[in-house]
Design a protein around this ligand. Structure first.
Ligand SMILES: NC(=O)c1ccc[n+]([C@@H]2O[C@H](COP(=O)([O-])OP(=O)(O)OC[C@H]3O[C@@H](n4cnc5c(N)ncnc54)[C@H](O)[C@@H]3O)[C@@H](O)[C@H]2O)c1
Length: 558
């Protein structure tokens, strides 16, 4: 197995790494030296010639050149990384998976002192404000280093060796945590194969005396039963409450039954519920947690891509009533959000494809790398290939979407400002879903139609370019999203849009794409709306298709 040392500039990765390698007769690899050898230039010159983005490209190639992790339990290599190498989610996937990452942590003041004495030039801390720069880097990168074994203060080589030797005895772990952060909206953890251990840790942090797992039959089968088995094997008493599968979980009588089960188990306010399932399950179980005893803690373990990139994050919980979807709910932030991307393997093709509609939306909000990722991997993921999961592409998609949502929700938890931008594609999308009675079309499929509509409106208003709109429409075509006209009428969609929650002061607030992000506008000319509806419904302007309208009306945000 390999040891990977991460940490800020000046944390001693090269010094500790070479000593560790010597003591174990392992090979020492300094990633920056590897980059310099491959590029034939020193790091500061690469920065000067190609900027930070160019350097990061060299860095990624150097990480790739390390090859796959060695499953052997003998210590083979000690790899000292550059301080920023693990910013890139794919580098973390390659460096942390099947390897043993160690984080050499140190206070910015001590690191700054060391750097002042060091003959090496570090491009990102070369200016005068070293301590301030290091403080900023520490706060920006903490979530990337946190999954590694943290060694704080002065580094004791013996302490690293002792932990390492014990870990080598356990054999390499098949699980990998890629990101861990304590945020204003709860702990966020993303990884592969991490759920059981992360749930156990969350329950321990919450001083729980037992595990109360809420799931539905399918999510229990693919995720809950495994988590329960691990917890039981560790001595935790486990209680299980099963809700119905899919949207059926979001019914008032289901909530009442779940609360009655909790009452029969004498669950008190100090306890923590664990919600395991897709967006419907976490919406319903989140609502139970928000209301039972006026609120108990909940840990979300989303098992669908929709749940991992969106539904289980941000604290919105809701149930449906006959008058509309998500009409009753509460804001209730989870104590922890645990996205285990390994659960994507069993997701049905249609669920995968539809979820990618939301991923494309997140990309259009302003993440070019995410757009490229979906262009390169979306089709294969939707087909059910394992390669995008095995290569770390899906983990990167989940991280990019989830972290963007964390940032937006942290800034605006109750959707009074920037959080509204997440509704890109939803104005028409919700109208279509509601007009279809939430039966024939999945949310992500409707959002994809809404995105096509939003681009047509933005084009009509000169907010974006044909190239940009073509690129996104081509991607949606490739993913098979919004190709067929949805079975709804234009009038029904318009009707439902008019009752949507985003209807402010008599005018709809539209989130519209530009070439680099979005703008919010309410001054749309009727021709632009017409163009948007025509593009979303795939009909000639002004036409409509006869179709059955659903029994329920109000389109409400997710
Ligand atoms: N709260 C929010 O912010 C928010 C955001 C978006 C969507 N939502 C809500 O989320 C719901 C949709 O969520 P969803 O798309 O995850 O659907 P879902 O929860 O209904 O799950 C879809 C299907 O996948 C199955 N499933 C779950 N995990 C699986 C796995 N790992 N492998 C195989 N099958 C699995 C389920 O049994 C179900 O049949 C809607 O009710 C929507 O309103 C909420």
């Amino acid at each position: 197995m390999d040891v990977v040392l991460v940490g800020l500039p000046g944390s001693g990765k090269s010094a500790v790494g070479s000593r560790l390698a010597a003591r174990h007769e392992a090979m020492f690899v300094d990633l920056d030296e590897l980059i310099e050898r491959r590029a034939g230039r020193p790091v500061p010159t690469i920065f000067a010639d190609e900027g930070e983005a160019g350097f990061r490209r060299h860095e990624r190639e150097a990480v790739l050149s390390l090859g796959p992790a060695d499953p052997d339990s003998e210590l083979r290599r000690v790899i000292a990384t550059g301080g920023g190498a693990v910013i890139d989610p794919r580098n973390r996937w390659l460096l942390y998976r099947g390897r043993f990452p160690v984080w050499l942590d140190g206070s910015p003041e001590i690191l700054a002192n060391r750097l002042r004495r060091s003959p090496n030039v570090r491009p990102l801390v070369a200016g005068g404000e070293t301590v301030d720069t290091l403080r900023q880097l520490a706060s920006d990168r903490r979530r990337f280093y946190a999954p590694a074994l943290q060694i704080s203060g002065t580094v004791h080589l013996d302490a690293i060796l002792r932990t390492l030797e014990q870990r080598i005895g356990d054999g390499p772990s098949p699980a990998v945590t890629l990101l861990r952060a304590d945020t204003a909206i709860g702990r966020v953890e993303i990884g592969h194969g991490i759920a059981a251990a992360a749930v156990r840790a969350a329950l321990t942090r919450g001083e729980a005396r037992r595990a109360i797992l809420l799931a539905e039959p399918r999510s229990w089968e693919v995720a809950g039963s495994g988590i329960a088995a691990t917890l039981s094997a560790d001595g935790w008493p486990v209680e299980r409450i099963l809700l119905p599968r899919g949207e059926e979980a979001k019914r008032m009588r289901v909530i009442e039954n779940a609360c009655r089960s909790l009452a029969r188990l004498h669950v008190d306010r100090s306890e923590t519920l664990v919600a395991i399932g897709g967006g419907a399950l976490t919406d319903a179980a989140g609502f139970v947690a928000a209301t039972y005893l006026r609120g108990v803690a909940v840990v979300h373990v989303p098992t669908t891509l929709v749940g991992q990139i969106d539904a289980a994050l941000g604290g919105k919980t809701a149930v449906d009533i006959p008058e509309g979807k998500n009409l009753v709910g509460a804001f209730h932030q989870p104590a922890a959000f645990i996205a285990d991307v390994s659960y994507n393997v069993t997701l049905p093709a249609r669920q995968r494809r539809a979820a990618l509609g939301e991923v494309v939306k997140m990309a259009v909000l302003g993440d070019e790398r995410l757009l490229e990722l979906v262009e390169e991997n979306g089709e294969a993921y939707a087909r059910g290939d394992s390669e995008p999961i095995e290569s770390g592409a899906v983990a990167e998609m989940v991280e990019r979407c989830a972290w963007a949502k964390v940032e937006v929700v942290t800034a605006d938890a109750r959707e009074s400002g920037v959080r509204r931008t997440l509704n890109l594609g939803h104005t028409i999308g919700h109208g279509i879903e509601a007009a279809a009675g939430y039966r024939s079309i999945l949310h992500g499929e409707a959002v994809a139609c809404g995105l096509r509509g939003a681009f047509a409106i933005a084009l009509a208003m000169g907010l974006t370019t044909t190239e940009r709109a073509d690129r996104v429409n081509r991607l949606l075509d490739q993913l098979g999203l919004g190709l067929e006209p949805p079975a709804v009428t234009r009038e029904a969609v318009l009707d439902h849009m008019a009752t949507d929650k985003k209807h402010a002061l008599g005018r709809l607030n539209w989130v519209l794409p530009t070439d680099t992000g979005v703008v919010v506008r309410s001054d749309l000319p009727p021709e632009a709306v017409d163009a948007g509806l025509a593009a979303a419904l795939r009909v000639a302007r002004g036409n409509e298709r006869p179709a059955p309208a659903g029994p329920r009306s109000g389109a409400r945000d997710s």
